[in-house]
Design a protein around this ligand. Structure first.
Ligand code: TEU
Length: 585
């Protein structure tokens, strides 16, 4: 049995809201969202009731990866505003009781960062060893295909090494060419990062979301990966290999995170949040990372549940098999039940919109958005809401390749078409999964460009045409809206300890249409039932008769009202019905 609320860290009852600043609100009329745009919309966050704002990067950046390529860790890009604007945002949030968590992108910098400029200036520069420099593969001519020091593929297509003619060596970039990986083996690098983090905490920020933080420790031997036929995801294998075995949760990762915790957070009065983004992390590793006794991070973002509908690569999109998703969620709930903590998310700036991905963005958009929200928010862990998710925003159309903006999608398109594939086939692969789906402008109202930017301005990425009906203005005062439902879920977590802290038990693991589980804390039990679809369904709820006269905490669906558990213990829901029941009354 889990302990009760008053001894728990604050973030166990919190809900986090992610803002992707480029796409949230454009106050200065350059077509790109900015800090003053966020300041103008804090009432939205307050109305939703969230506790924390996680702000994606606003630092100076060439914007090759929309700010995840940072050229100065201690300033704000003029595109987004000024440091003074950020100070104002911190104060305005704190005045509303909302904490601010910044994105910490320290696996790599931008190639425009002064550290990298120095590092690349000569082989003997004192900062040479701050990055991963290696000579060409023996027997190959520098710069020739195959001369890369390892055969690793970068996350955004192509080799993970870029040749630098000036010094005749290659540097490692696990992401874009403009994102060289920092060498954490070098203690000077670690000290510089810790100093920078303390500087932000001194300024009033409340913690960090740590970008691909489980990639920072690499096997210094840098061995080749194993080449798998067709690994590029298409008909034209690129001859490259997956190098993740050498850097996902690498040899010194726990040491680095414990050191960071000690150097940055441990002796500081206050209440902070650290969440590590960790692609490829296992439950066992996550237990270690989030065990409070070890002092590493508070929680991690795992990726298994957002890869459940992928084949060999993210472009190989498969229909969801609900029992597979349930098995993943149940395993994470069980694995972090006694030690550690889960973060809960369907959406972020890298994922397609959940109502299109797992729900029904046509006839049942509102009901399916609510059902998906209910399922996620009733798990044990800290839920994350990504801007627009609380409105049920859907994937956008992207009719032509020119409509794409994201470096990952654009590079994939080009590489596949260059390899001779049919462009329309490649576009069909990209549409359902592109990160651009998450990045279309926030839909504030039904007017021109959804109220994202001042009239007459063209947004950096096209607004989804569905904003005429799907927007904040239409939902904020409507008790039946997706927004109102998210607000109720946030409020429920704050009010009802069993939601934040109760034990979790998955029910009906093999059912393909109903997601069901119970939560329990100090004699209070919740039953959560969600119909994942619109077909005809009847399930026998385990111990169902007991729930027939339970209190209805929340209910939503396509019809009115949603189906309840019947006295014989069965549940016959309408399309996307979802209910949360409580015992005792
Ligand atoms: O994402 C890490 C990451 O694993 C992503 O590259 C993810 O695999 C990909 O988006 C799936 O399509 C983080 C950031 O969230 C992302 O926006 C950055 O591009 C990336 O790191 C590099 O900083």
């Amino acid at each position: 049995m889990n302990s009760s609320a008053d001894t728990e860290p604050w973030w166990r009852t919190a809900v986090v809201y992610q803002v992707y600043p480029r796409s949230f609100a454009d106050a200065d009329g350059d077509g790109v969202g900015d800090l003053r745009g966020i300041l103008a919309h804090l009432d939205h966050l307050e109305a939703l009731g969230v506790d924390v704002l996680w702000l994606s990067p606003v630092y100076p950046s060439p914007q090759e990866d929309n700010g995840y390529d940072i050229s100065d860790y201690q300033d704000v890009d003029p595109l987004f505003g000024t440091l003074a604007d950020l100070d104002e945002l911190i104060a305005a949030l704190h005045a509303r009781g909302i904490r601010l968590v910044l994105d910490l992108v320290v696996n790599h910098t931008s190639s425009a960062h002064p550290w990298f400029r120095e590092s690349r200036s000569s082989r003997t520069d004192p900062k040479r060893d701050w990055y991963w420099w290696r000579p060409p593969r023996p027997g190959f001519e520098a710069g020739a295909p195959g001369a890369e020091p390892t055969n690793w593929r970068a996350s955004f297509s192509g080799p993970a090494w870029a040749y630098d003619e000036a010094t005749g060596e290659y540097y490692l970039h696990l992401f874009a060419v403009g994102q060289p990986d920092l060498n954490w083996e070098n203690p000077e690098v670690r000290t510089a990062i810790h100093t920078m983090m303390r500087w932000w905490l001194d300024r009033g920020v409340d913690g960090f979301r740590m970008d691909v933080i489980n990639f920072i420790s690499k096997d210094p031997a840098l061995p080749d990966g194993r080449v798998v036929a067709g690994a590029a995801g298409g008909t034209a294998p690129d001859g490259l290999a997956d190098g993740t075995a050498s850097y996902v949760c690498g040899p010194r990762i726990h040491e680095y995170l414990a050191e960071m915790h000690r150097e940055v957070f441990a002796d500081r009065p206050g209440t902070f949040l650290s969440v590590g983004e960790m692609p490829g992390v296992t439950v066992d590793e996550a237990r270690l990372f989030t065990d409070p006794g070890r002092g590493e991070v508070d929680m991690v973002f795992q990726f298994e549940h957002v890869q459940v509908d992928q084949g060999a690569t993210k472009w190989d999109h498969r229909p969801l098999h609900l029992p597979a998703l349930k098995a993943i969620m149940a395993r994470w709930q069980a694995g972090l039940a006694d030690v550690g903590w889960n973060s809960l998310y369907w959406c972020n700036h890298d994922q397609p919109r959940v109502v299109s991905r797992f729900g029904d963005d046509g006839a049942h958009r509102v009901a399916s958005a609510k059902a998906l929200a209910t399922v996620l928010h009733l798990h044990r862990g800290t839920p994350y809401v990504y801007q627009g998710e609380e409105l049920g925003m859907a994937n956008a159309p992207f009719p032509q390749p020119q409509n794409l903006r994201d470096v990952e999608s654009v590079k994939y398109y080009r590489s596949q078409v260059a390899a001779g594939r049919d462009p329309s086939e490649v576009m069909a692969e990209i549409r359902p999964v592109s990160r651009d789906n998450a990045r279309t402008p926030m839909q504030w109202n039904g007017g021109p460009d959804a109220g994202f930017c001042p009239p007459g301005v063209t947004p950096w990425i096209a607004v989804d045409p569905d904003h005429a009906s799907v927007n904040a203005a239409a939902q904020r005062d409507d008790p039946e809206s997706v927004f109102a439902h998210y607000h109720r879920l946030v409020e429920l977590r704050h009010r009802e300890p069993v939601v934040a802290l109760g034990d979790f038990t998955m029910l009906l693991p093999d059912d393909e249409a109903v997601y069901a589980f119970t939560r329990e804390l100090d004699g209070v039990r919740l039953l959560v039932l969600a119909h994942w679809g619109a077909g005809e369904v009847k399930v026998d709820v385990p111990d169902g008769a007991a729930w027939a006269d339970a209190e209805v905490v929340l209910g939503s669906g396509s019809g009115q009202p949603p189906a309840m558990v019947e006295t014989d213990g069965t549940w016959r829901p309408g399309p996307w019905d979802a209910v949360v029941l409580r015992l005792p009354h």
